[in-house]
Design a protein around this ligand. Structure first.
Ligand SMILES: NC(=O)c1ccc[n+]([C@@H]2O[C@H](COP(=O)([O-])OP(=O)(O)OC[C@H]3O[C@@H](n4cnc5c(N)ncnc54)[C@H](O)[C@@H]3O)[C@@H](O)[C@H]2O)c1
Length: 366
């Protein structure tokens, strides 16, 4: 198959859909890979790195779309790319169709087959192509939180690990899912005292089994949250109710119970956030202050560490890319039920229920 890797043109997106390791595997399997010049630069991969493993470099995005049977990228195509997507082409990337009718219509009109990373789903209901980004965001939440706890950043002036003779900082983690566990692990590694809350006892049992004793689990309810926000320096929002807006666990009124300089990192901002005062921010201007509480609410945290994020993402996408290239989408999806859940639009027809519901359209069965 002819596989194309365009440069991402969405604002502030430095990740790339394939690393040289991916090109190496595809070429080994007798596929041809075309990479747009400069596509990997933001993630630290240069044209020569791709050429060395057998990719052909093309100068323009138009050439990449024109020649490729399958496009592998990171973000959904943006308006400039809509006319480039062609009939019969496979596009494998994050789409988030339900949030954009314009994108959905453009992809229907293109006649392409769109396989969305975010809906590829394992038998146990987990989303294997979203997990790595939650892992990145969870770990980063502590790195960012520690920075904003510094006095010049308007934080309390607390060093998370403490020093001999001074107690460590306290981190409250809301949600013991992927984000929450990774955040707890990083905070514990720095020597902070960690309290992690969830409503799922299985998750709390797991955390209790695997974490050191300075990571304490408690059931998530308003009473416990109200108690802990008074004494914790850094609060991480990592809750998710699948397919729904995040529950608001901390109201605006509760901010007055926090000490001045407390830092909130609401990772769940992309689902509306679990703090009432959360509003999305960007890497250029990541924080704002309400009631002396620093809020960090960047909606695409992994974008700040494109090298790690690209490698983490492509590690999990590559096995699917290989299946699609080796077998074509029909056989690959027939054989792999997880991958078949990624089918959102097939040759111009929506096949994913949630998208049809979002736009009141009729689904088509494949
Ligand atoms: N900002 C970013 O850049 C970024 C990056 C990756 C993920 N995210 C977001 O982070 C959020 C968490 O993702 P995840 O992968 O960890 O999800 P997950 O499903 O692995 O974990 C969510 C956890 O929240 C728990 N939960 C639900 N209701 C709760 C409540 N009332 N109190 C406490 N816990 C509760 C669930 O039981 C679950 O354990 C999602 O909204 C995700 O989209 C944001």
């Amino acid at each position: 198959m002819i596989v194309g890797v365009p440069k991402e043109i969405k604002n502030n997106e430095s990740r790339v859909g394939m690393t040289p390791a991916g090109v190496f595997e595809l070429v080994k399997n007798n596929h041809a890979v075309y990479v747009q010049s400069g596509a990997g630069e933001g993630s630290g991969f240069f044209d020569e790195d791709y050429q060395q493993v057998g990719a052909t470099i093309l100068n323009t995005i138009q050439e990449i779309y024109a020649i490729s049977e399958m496009i592998v990228k990171v973000k959904e195509p943006i308006a400039e790319e809509y006319p480039l997507v062609k009939k019969g082409q496979i596009v494998f990337t994050y789409f988030h169709f339900a949030s954009s009718e314009a994108l959905t219509k453009a992809m229907i009109n293109s006649g392409a087959t769109c396989i969305a990373y975010e809906t590829v789903e394992d038998e146990d209901g987990t989303l294997p192509l979203l997990t790595p980004m939650s892992e990145v965001a969870g770990r980063m939440a502590i790195q960012q939180g520690a920075k904003y706890l510094e006095k010049p950043k308007k934080g309390r002036g607390v060093l998370l690990g403490g020093v001999p003779g001074v107690a460590p900082g306290k981190v409250l983690v809301l949600g013991a899912g992927t984000v929450g566990i990774q955040a707890a692990k990083m905070a514990a590694g720095l020597g902070a005292h960690v309290t992690i809350l969830d409503v799922n006892m299985k998750r709390l049992r797991y955390v209790n089994d695997v974490m050191p004793s300075h990571v304490v689990t408690e059931f998530s309810n308003e009473f416990n949250i109200r108690k802990h926000i008074k004494t914790h320096d850094l609060i991480i929002g990592g809750v998710l109710i699948k397919g729904a807006k995040a529950p608001k666990l901390i109201s605006e009124e509760m901010l007055s119970d926090m000490r001045p300089g407390t830092v909130i990192v609401d990772v769940a901002v992309d689902q509306g956030g679990c703090i009432e005062t959360t509003k999305p921010t960007t890497h250029e201007d990541p924080t704002y202050i309400i009631n002396d509480v620093v809020h960090y609410c960047v909606a695409n945290m992994p974008g700040a560490v494109p090298y790690t994020s690209t490698v983490a993402l492509t590690n999990v996408t590559l096995p699917y890319v290989l299946k699609l290239a080796n077998m074509g989408w029909r056989s690959a999806c027939n054989l792999d039920k997880s991958l078949s859940k990624g089918l959102n639009i097939v040759e111009g027809e929506i096949v994913y229920k949630e998208i049809t519901e979002a736009f009141n359209l009729e689904p088509v069965l494949v």
